[in-house]
Design a protein. Structure first.
Length: 149
């Protein structure tokens, strides 16, 4: 080989979620801890659509280490309850699609029917004021729920 070697490397481009986590891109945060962040989807299916994202950038949700995968649901649980308390819905639905952003995440969505989880339908285009109102409503209800425990 005469002292020559080949270095293989992957060009790393941060996902939009990593840019949100780092503060490079603003977001309407609902909750955050050392491992996860939850924020509003700015193009929601319905009002109250929240994304739950691990801070570790891994493309596929089932590639997350087992402890993060289980902790993600525990982190999402009170947020789902806050969604149910904040919006007229039968329950908070959960969806993992993972095709639109190469960073594991789950969608928490207030639903009244299975069609409310249909990602092929048109998305909403809320104003900054509407997003702030939803954010405040969710954060207040989440705070109330966490203080009850």
């Amino acid at each position: 080989m005469n002292g020559f070697f080949v270095v293989h490397f992957k060009l790393f481009t941060m996902s939009i979620f990593t840019k949100i986590i780092s503060g490079e891109i603003p977001a309407y945060k609902i909750a955050e801890n050392d491992n996860f962040i939850a924020f509003l989807d700015i193009s929601p299916l319905v009002k109250g659509h929240v994304l739950v994202v691990p801070k570790t950038e891994i493309d596929k949700i089932f590639d997350l280490p087992d402890n993060l995968l289980s902790e993600m649901l525990v982190f999402a649980k009170p947020i789902a309850r806050a969604i149910e308390r904040s919006f007229n819905c039968r329950r908070c639905g959960i969806s993992v699609v993972g095709l639109e952003v190469p960073h594991a995440h789950m969608h928490l969505i207030p639903i009244n029917s299975a069609n409310d989880l249909n990602f092929t339908r048109s998305k909403l285009n809320p104003s900054k004021e509407e997003l702030e109102m939803v954010q405040n409503k969710l954060k207040n209800n989440l705070s109330d729920l966490l203080n009850q425990n």
